[in-house]
Design a protein around this ligand. Sequence first.
Ligand SMILES: CC(C)(COP(=O)(O)OP(=O)(O)OC[C@H]1O[C@@H](n2cnc3c(N)ncnc32)[C@H](O)[C@@H]1OP(=O)(O)O)[C@@H](O)C(=O)NCCC(=O)NCCS
Length: 169
Amino acid sequence: MPKIRAKGKRKSSLKGKAPSRVANGPSPAIRDARLSDAAALAPLSGQLGYPATEQEVRARLERLLGDPAQAVFVVEVGSELAAWIHVMDSVTVESGPAVEIRGLLVDEAQRGSGLGRALVERGEAWARERGVGTMTVRSNVVRAGAHAFYQRLGYAVVKTQHAFRKRLA
Ligand SMILES: CC(C)(COP(=O)(O)OP(=O)(O)OC[C@H]1O[C@@H](n2cnc3c(N)ncnc32)[C@H](O)[C@@H]1OP(=O)(O)O)[C@@H](O)C(=O)NCCC(=O)NCCS
């Protein structure tokens, strides 16, 4: 299991470094999300730019946790829920199976200590357990930090898309 390091130790340059899975520090306590996490997840969802109430998050969790093709993992630091990841196994007509990272958030106070890496690696392990060999993630163009993070973890930019939405009456 990956280790977390003391906060604030992020390296400034991403160039020329070998991947480093392990940093000094205790292993993060990653576990499956539970419905009772809704109260803690709601404000974290707000940090991602999607404010939600506890009730809304609870309803979403009810649906997600009942779907074997999706998983939500959380990290606890002490007694606080500090981060989460949502992954989804899916297949399309035009391309093979892949596990997509649908959401990832580390509490602002906990960033730079390895939690994001640990959660992505947990999602990758979940994919391998299911026999899926490809991970994908879509990230808003404004999230430059997240882009550097994913590239540090071995993810490559493969295309740029527009996202469309239509509200149904
Ligand atoms: C992106 C995010 C998940 C990273 O989590 P984190 O716990 O801070 O990242 P880690 O400490 O695990 O960092 C892992 C590696 O990525 C690098 N990294 C992380 N954030 C970085 C940044 N903003 N710029 C450059 N490198 C970064 C770290 O240096 C580290 O490299 P190393 O292990 O080789 O030293 C977190 O910043 C976050 O929640 N951001 C806001 C929400 C968001 O953008 N989510 C993704 C939506 S697609």
